[in-house]
Write a protein that binds this ligand. Structure first.
Ligand SMILES: NC(=O)c1ccc[n+]([C@@H]2O[C@H](COP(=O)([O-])OP(=O)(O)OC[C@H]3O[C@@H](n4cnc5c(N)ncnc54)[C@H](O)[C@@H]3O)[C@@H](O)[C@H]2O)c1
Ligand SMILES: [Zn+2]
Length: 400
């Protein structure tokens, strides 16, 4: 790489234009029973960069995963011993609280950072996180900020984390009443999706994660949308074959967007994967995170699809198909908090649009639908049309 010296007047001043590129690559494995002794995946991942070395690792486990899988810690210890030539487990796996509330607790961030220092985890060691999307957002943030970035391996254990958040490049925690305000772009070292974990997830969380598949199908892949419609019954029952296909296709589409969408670290104003999310993020905050991310996204999808029809972008009738699919999957598509008003009588949900813009800065950019399978960006939203879309949805769900 060459430094180009540009002379500006007067003669004593100069600008050196600095430029370099960093290549990122990480594998996303789909496997089952990751810590069964004879499963080579975890060992391969440890040795991906420096074969022949004995790698140090610390493992953090989401407490709800740990209680659903009581032998997990023991299995990890046994696996590490069996592959002791390739890895050294530093201490026993550490159980850390899981769920959205862990993203609201700054003390937890500090205590995990401190723990990494106590365990002498350096930048060539690994921090392995096993848990849901919220837990992985927290652990990813801790790994990215300690020593300015420790290698991080994600083992997502929810539908949403396996099909969306876990295969992405972002981490973060909530702060000052805003979701994901503090965080970074930090691609993981590897992602290991183990289908077995999904079995112990609550039905509510299994269904919630399917919302992200509906989302990505609507903006990118009409055929996948048709497949979701045809398999909605099996998905509602969380049948394994249908769930596996849904998770893989959804993960592929997210990975493709990140690698080939031209803006993996979101430096522009667009948020192409965040269809239906301006209202979803706000609704999560308005319900104090009582509603799941995926449940809020499902409501956001119904609203923005109806809105796309109302403003003439999307053929009429499409909103009914999306609504029916979401209902068949098992979503309830209304929440009274959507009508929370401030003292001046303004709907707080609408603040979500401005917060959505502020998150990336620049011009407001919202994805709407041109077709079922084709998103299109717009730069403004009409308040009256949003209110109409809300009325439409409220009537459908509550009859009023
Ligand atoms: N970083 C990103 O790019 C990105 C993208 C989308 C969403 N997200 C974030 O992901 C989070 C939502 O993730 P989520 O839907 O996985 O929810 P979650 O992490 O809150 O998990 C749901 C619940 O299931 C528990 N759990 C996890 N795995 C389990 C298992 N196998 N068996 C039993 N219980 C289990 C968790 O402890 C939690 O209580 C939100 O905070 C959202 O903002 C991040
Ligand atoms: Zn989402």
């Amino acid at each position: 790489m060459e430094l180009v010296r540009k002379t500006v007047s007067p003669d004593s001043e100069a600008v050196y234009e600095q430029a370099f590129a960093v290549r990122y690559d990480f594998p996303v494995y789909f496997t089952e029973h990751l810590f069964a002794r004879d499963n080579p995946v975890f060992r391969q991942v440890m040795q991906r960069k420096e074969a022949g070395k004995r790698h140090r690792l610390v493992v953090f486990v989401d407490s709800n995963v740990s209680s659903s899988w009581p032998t997990l810690s023991h299995d990890i210890v046994t696996y590490a011993e069996a592959h002791g030539d390739a890895m050294e487990l530093v201490g026993k796996p550490e159980i850390v609280p899981g769920g959205e509330h862990v993203k609201n607790d700054p003390a937890l961030v500090t205590s995990l950072q401190k723990r990494l220092v106590e365990l002498n985890i350096d930048r060539h060691s690994y921090v392995v996180g096993i848990g849901g999307g919220a837990f992985l957002d927290l652990v990813g943030f801790v790994a990215a900020t300690t020593h300015r970035g420790i290698r991080h391996i994600r083992v997502p254990t929810t539908v949403l984390a396996q099909n969306d958040s876990g295969v992405g490049v972002k981490n973060g925690v909530n702060a000052f009443g805003m979701k994901n305000l503090l965080g970074s772009f930090a691609p993981p070292f590897a992602v290991l999706n183990d289908a077995a974990f999904i079995r112990t997830l609550h039905a509510r969380d299994k269904i919630a994660g399917i919302a992200e598949a509906v989302k990505v199908s609507l903006i990118r892949d009409g055929k996948f949308f048709n497949w979701l419609e045809a398999n909605a019954g099996a998905l509602h029952e969380c049948e394994q074959e249908a769930m596996s296909h849904m998770i893989r296709r959804c993960a592929e589409l997210h990975m493709h967007q990140i690698a080939h969408g031209g803006d993996p670290f979101e430096s522009g104003s667009a948020r192409p994967l965040d269809y239906g999310h301006w209202s979803a993020h706000k609704l999560e905050a308005l319900t104090a995170h009582e509603i799941r991310h995926g449940e809020a996204v499902a409501i956001g999808l119904a609203l923005d699809t109806r809105y796309s029809v109302q403003i003439g972008m999307l053929p009429a009738g499409s909103e009914e198909r999306v609504y029916k699919l979401l209902k068949k999957l098992g979503f309830y598509l209304w929440h009274p908090a959507m009508e929370t008003r401030d003292e001046q009588g303004r709907l707080l949900l609408l603040r979500g649009i401005e917060e959505f813009r502020e998150h990336l800065g620049g011009e407001l950019t919202i994805t709407l639908l041109r077709d079922l399978g084709r998103g299109e960006e717009v730069h403004q939203m009409d308040t009256n049309e949003i209110l109409h879309a809300m009325t439409w949805l409220r009537r459908k769900e509550t009859g009023q």
